[in-house]
Design a protein around this ligand. Structure first.
Ligand code: FES
Length: 87
């Protein structure tokens, strides 16, 4: 997988959050208001501090997402854009 454009070798069968922490990542997102750096806290889907962009989709909880070969993960800066449904 890659994180912010850098290739990262990670163990199979772990979450994206665990894989990134093992590889040395310390910032997963920045807050929308103050741009403060954030990283996983609960590792069980409760705190939402682990949000990243995965394969172009923002707001993914990295602690609840299993790694896949070729996954493209990026730090999420600020709020993700809203996509309104047509209709
Ligand atoms: S680390 Fe808390 S929701 Fe992912």
């Amino acid at each position: 997988m890659t994180f912010d454009g850098k290739s990262v070798d990670v163990p199979a069968g772990v979450s994206v959050a665990a894989a990134l922490l093992i590889s040395g990542a310390r910032q997963f997102r920045s807050t929308p208001v103050s741009a403060a750096p954030r990283a996983p806290y609960c590792m069980m889907g409760v705190c939402f501090e682990c949000l990243v962009q995965i394969d172009g989709r923002p707001g993914r909880q990295s602690c609840l997402t299993a790694v896949r070969d070729g996954m493209v993960v990026e730090c999420q800066h600020g709020a993700s854009a809203l996509t309104l449904a047509e209709g």
